[in-house]
Design a protein around this ligand. Structure first.
Ligand code: C5P
Length: 320
């Protein structure tokens, strides 16, 4: 068998607390990641060279050369293994591109898992995590899935036990936002305000709401320090968030660096009515429903006789 397909989820940030700008151009974070059921699929086929092809949601906005993070992941894995492996990657996108849902990071994580299988490397999660954190701040979480607190750049992860399933609505915007630009705008707004920026801290009430699976409490605790910057760069998002609140969302927030907006619903049925209302309001390019937490990258097709699910160490943590 010379082909492996991996399904990988998007993320939303439940708390994104951003500290001061560091000397290396990054910010220390407290980043509560939550994987949700919007999935990209990455298929890796054995080849002599390295190539990537992208189809699906906004595929025309994803590079198909060395700038593609999934190809960078495959190259980094081959280098780590010290061999000149080749692969042809096919990415089927559903996660919005440059949408604040870590779609590129998800594809990179899926490529690591797929190539690890395809090339028969059998590397443990810890090795893949190390490669992942060099690829981008969100790639380690994309390997892990579930719900986790990220610190440092977001790459140091502590998995969280979550006491239930949460139902979400996502409003997709026209065109993406550059993560670097949104962080830059956040710094600019803070500088202008002149307030000192404190060290980011995890919000205990939010963690408690997650532990017991209390959607109402979680909705009240959702925060995103990048939201003012995303709103400053994309003023129309204020109307999108307001429409969700008006239709009974328990919480309404920009997802990560945006421009996707996330709404927490009371139940699956409420998510469906909220999504229908947002579509009628015409405040988004598209509206999706999803649930979380969901597991990280999963092999959905690969060599016969192999486990369907990659045995990642967080499987024991009750995340699914
Ligand atoms: O790590 P990644 O390459 O995904 O980050 C993209 C950009 O987002 C960085 O170049 C930086 O401008 C910003 N960033 C940040 N602090 C973080 C993570 C990302 O400033 N913790």
């Amino acid at each position: 068998m010379n082909s492996v397909t991996v399904r990988v989820p998007a993320k939303v940030n439940l708390q994104l607390a951003v500290g001061p700008l560091r000397d290396d151009g990054y910010h220390d974070l407290v980043n509560v990641f939550h994987a949700v059921s919007i999935f990209d699929e990455v298929t890796a086929v054995a080849e002599t060279g390295m190539s990537v092809r992208v189809e699906g949601e906004s595929a025309d906005q994803v590079p198909e050369d060395g700038d593609n993070l999934a190809i960078q992941a495959a190259v980094a894995l081959a280098r780590h293994a010290g061999r000149s492996y080749g692969v042809s990657l096919a990415i089927r996108k559903a996660i919005p591109v440059a949408g604040g849902m870590a779609g590129g990071s998800a594809d990179a994580a899926a490529a690591l898992v797929a190539c690890n299988e395809l090339w028969g490397l059998g590397l443990p999660l810890e090795d893949l995590m190390e490669i992942a954190s060099d690829l981008g701040s969100d790639v380690p979480f994309a390997l892990l899935g579930g719900t986790a607190v990220g610190t440092g750049r977001g790459e140091r992860l502590a998995p969280l036990e979550v006491g239930g399933t949460f139902h979400w609505v996502f409003a997709l915007a026209d065109g993406g936002l550059s993560t670097a630009k949104v962080y830059g705008e956040c710094d600019r707004i803070r500088q202008e305000g002149g307030e000192p920026v404190g060290h980011p801290r995890a919000a205990e009430p939010l963690l408690a709401a997650l532990r017991v699976g209390d959607a109402r409490a979680l909705g009240a605790e959702l925060t995103n320090d990048l939201q003012p910057a995303a709103l400053s760069l994309r003023g129309s998002l204020a109307r999108t968030l307001q429409a969700g609140r008006a239709h009974g969302a328990l919480g309404a927030i920009v997802s990560g660096s945006g421009p996707t907006c996330a709404f927490l619903a009371e139940s699956e049925a409420h998510a469906e009515t909220l999504a229908a209302a947002l579509k009628t309001e015409n405040v988004a390019r598209d509206v999706l429903t999803a649930h979380g937490p969901v597991p990280g990258p999963t092999v959905v097709q690969g060599p016969p006789g192999r486990a369907q699910r990659i045995p990642l160490s967080h499987d024991e943590s009750g995340q699914s």
